[in-house]
Structures are given as C-alpha cells and as structure tokens.
Design a protein around this ligand. Structure first.
Ligand SMILES: [Zn+2]
Length: 452
C-alpha cells in the first residue's frame, strides 16, 4: 500500500512536466501531482521508511501513523523562533523587502491562530523573528546573501547559511523554479531535524504575491509533520490514522482540490476544501483541523523538542509602586490565551516574602493611586472588579516572594457575580498582597490578556 509520495515519482513527474512545457526541476525533489495541474505550487519530498531511525520514537505522531488524542489539544502557547534567509542574485532578483517578509510572518500567525477569513482553528503556535543569532548577537531574524548559484536553489546554501535547525525555523527565499511556490525537503518524522535538509524553501515571488500568502502555512504544516490531505491518492480511509494523510478528521480525497468550489466529491464525501494541506487558492483556504493541530503540537513536543518555547501571555500595563522588598511587583501568565482551553496560570512575582495575596480582575482598566485607601499601591483596574479570594485562591508569597494560580476562566469573579471568559474578550489582572507588618498592602503592575 502506498501511503506517501514515492521516490518513483521522479520519473513520472519529469515526463509530465515536459508534456506541459514546464522546465524540469533540477533542485530538490517535489510532488508529482502539482506541476501539471497548476503553476506555483508547493512541493515536498517525503520518502516512506525514513522515519524510524531516531533514538527516540514518539509513536503518538509517527511517520506512518497518527495516534494523537485530546492531550495534544492546544494548551500552552508555543513560540517558534524564525530566521528568514533571503538569497538574491547579482541582478537583485529575489531581493524582497523586509516589509514583505514581516507581512508574510504576520499572515502565518493569522493562519495558525485561526483568524484567516474569520474562521479556522487556533493551533496555539506563534512565530516570531529571532532576536538573537546562534552566537547570541542581536538580529532582526532576516539574513541577506547575494549568490547567483544559490539563488537557483542549487549548491550548498543550506549548510552554509542555516542556523541551528533544532532551535530555529530556517526559511529560505530564492528562485525555486519549476513552477513551485515552495517545498520542505522532509518531515521531522523522516529524520530531518537538525540536518541541513531541515528547512523551508519558498519562492521569492510567492512571498511577494498576495495570492500565495497562505503557502507558507502549508509548508510549515509539512515542517510540523503534516502530509497533504490527498496523500496516498486513495479514497481508502477505513484505518484513518494509518492511511492517506493519517488524519482522521480530514475527509479522504484522491487529488488536490485546486479550485474553491464547495462540495467536491472525489471520494463520495465532501473534500476538505478549506484545508491548508490541500492545494487551493487564497479565497477559500483557512484551516487546520483539530487533529492536524494535535499532530503538529505532538511533533513539536516529541520530534522538535528544542524548537519551541512556551510564550508568556498578555501585556503588562500600569505603573506599580515599589513594595517593601524594594522591587516592583510583576505580573505574568503562561498557558493558553484560548478561552475555551481554560488553562491560563497567573504569576505574581518580585513580592516581599511570606505575605498573603490574591489576584483581582476586571474587563476594564483604570488607575487609582494609593489603592483608594491604606494601600501603598495603585489599582490598575476599573469597572466591575472581581476578587479571586474563594477557597483555594488565597495565596502566600512564601520564601521566593511569588505566587501562582491556575485561574478558572469559566467563572471569573466580576463585581458581585461571576463571568465566563469568551473568545475576543479582554481581561485585566493584578495582584494585591499584604506588605510587611500591620495593614500595609500593595499591588503589582497590571496584565492585559486578550483571549482567543
Ligand atoms: Zn505540500
């Protein structure tokens, strides 16, 4: 049974390309399906049987099976450091602007957070430009190289330019050729991690072209272990975790859908006409399915364990006054900004040791110096302020001068009642704490969280 693009395609595709007048690809291998069907498409080269030689064997999202469950649903927000290597030629072809690259990464973040076309699912994965290069030097996450050979996607550019591919997502922009918009040489489960083939290659014209802004999300899907929705070119789906794309919540179909016509039925069921891992156009592609998201997060956790960091959630605001330790009380949050995930942990830190405190929250920001009474601190909240002082919520700073709480987003105190946090809402948090002897107290700074 053929589950994947097979190495034999090289022969198939060469003749297919000749027949359509497209120059034969001389660089890395790519999919047989794409070139005859439409110009400017992705190619990825994954070979069966390469995935089992890594020392660790995260079988939940292996090369040939996918057994992910809800334990891989979005929880903490993962952040991936990206470096974009721009290769241009001596005629300045390929010298795309920083602004084009920044917009492309912004679009990638929209695609992965489920915002595209106002639909989609949030993967809980965010991409940011690297701020330090492998030597620790400051960087904007974009490198530029002029090389006429490398620009044509040949030669040793990957080994010369790649930053540690275990810690950075290396994206190269150059002239891919062959009518392709981009490709990924291999998936992590194929043994790519840490090698020079562990990279994403994008055609510079695709970066520049609004029609192809979604393609990077497609390539990152491969980079995080996903296959095409029509992988295997079969309608067989009786063992959905081991056939086709290995994903049980994508409908089987045999060939790329290509056009945004809803309700196409190559396998007697509606094709996944909005899926990033199909071949579609920008007017209708907007989603990774929940199981695709599980597989990408499983891949990050088990196959790319050095790549992502857990992102802080929220943005600090409002000036706090120093507490008796001499420091400004800080607020931070980790976990998921997805309201329905209900897994956000608040931390108040830089506080005096061995004091008790609570978190307070409101939909509104405000500023009341002196806490409106005996406090030395400032209230940074307005409107209906709720106190998280129910059983289990009253905390002590202990010897480290900090406390944490997994807050319950289904019942946040708001004034005299409780409220359930909904997607799109902004909530503000602060911590109040006793400060030294007597009735002295203080507040931390504020933290604004926009929930998704
Ligand atoms: Zn692809």
């Amino acid at each position: 049974m053929q589950l994947r693009e097979t190495p034999l395609w090289t022969i198939t595709v060469a003749s297919a390309l000749m027949a359509t007048g497209v120059a034969q690809q001389t660089g890395p291998a790519y999919d047989p399906q794409l070139a005859p069907l439409r110009s400017m498409r992705c190619g990825c080269n994954v070979h069966p049987g390469q995935g089992s030689h890594l020392a660790f064997s995260p079988s939940d999202c292996a090369f040939s099976t996918n057994l992910t469950t809800s334990e891989y649903d979005p929880g903490v927000l993962y952040e991936i450091n990206v470096v974009v290597h721009v290769i241009s030629n001596s005629m300045t072809a390929g010298a795309i602007s920083d602004q084009d690259i920044i917009e492309q990464i912004e679009r990638l973040n929209e695609d992965f957070s489920g915002q595209t076309l106002g639909q989609g699912n949030n993967a809980g994965i965010r991409f940011r430009f690297a701020t330090e290069d492998p030597s620790g030097a400051p960087t904007n996450g974009i490198t530029r190289t002029v090389n006429d050979v490398w620009f044509q996607d040949v030669g040793g550019y990957a080994s010369a330019l790649s930053w540690d591919s275990r810690r950075y997502m290396n994206v190269f922009t150059l002239d891919v050729g062959g009518g392709l918009t981009g490709y990924v040489p291999n998936v992590p489960q194929g043994g790519a991690v840490g090698s020079t083939s562990d990279r994403i290659v994008m055609d510079y014209e695709a970066i520049n072209d609004s029609e192809f802004k979604w393609v990077l999300a497609h390539e990152v899907g491969h980079y995080l272990g996903l296959f095409h929705t029509w992988s295997g070119n079969t309608c067989s789906n009786t063992i959905c975790h081991a056939q086709g794309d290995l994903i049980c919540d994508t409908a089987p179909h045999r060939d790329p859908t290509q056009i945004c016509t809803v309700n196409q039925f190559s396998c007697s069921v509606v094709e996944p006409s909005h899926n990033f891992m199909n071949y579609l156009d920008i007017t209708c592609v907007y989603e990774f399915t929940p199981v695709q998201i599980q597989r990408m997060r499983c891949t990050l956790e088990n196959w790319r364990s050095s790549l992502a960091t857990i992102a802080d959630v929220g943005v600090s605001y409002c000036q706090a006054t120093p507490n008796s330790s001499g420091m400004i009380g800080r607020m931070s949050a980790t976990g998921s900004p997805v309201a329905s995930a209900n897994s956000l942990t608040m931390t108040a830190s830089s506080l005096p040791p061995n004091q008790f405190g609570i978190f307070v929250t409101s939909r509104d920001q405000g500023f009341v110096p002196g806490g409106g009474g005996t406090s030395n601190g400032n209230i940074c909240l307005g409107g209906l302020i709720g106190r998280l002082n129910r059983p289990g919520e009253i905390k002590a700073t202990g010897p480290t001068g900090e406390f944490t709480l997994l807050i319950d987003l289904t019942g946040l105190p708001q004034g005299n009642g409780v409220a359930s946090v909904a997607m799109g809402e902004t909530w503000n948090f602060q911590a109040w704490h006793r400060d030294g002897v007597g009735l002295g107290s203080n507040f931390t700074e504020g933290l604004e969280v926009v929930f998704q």
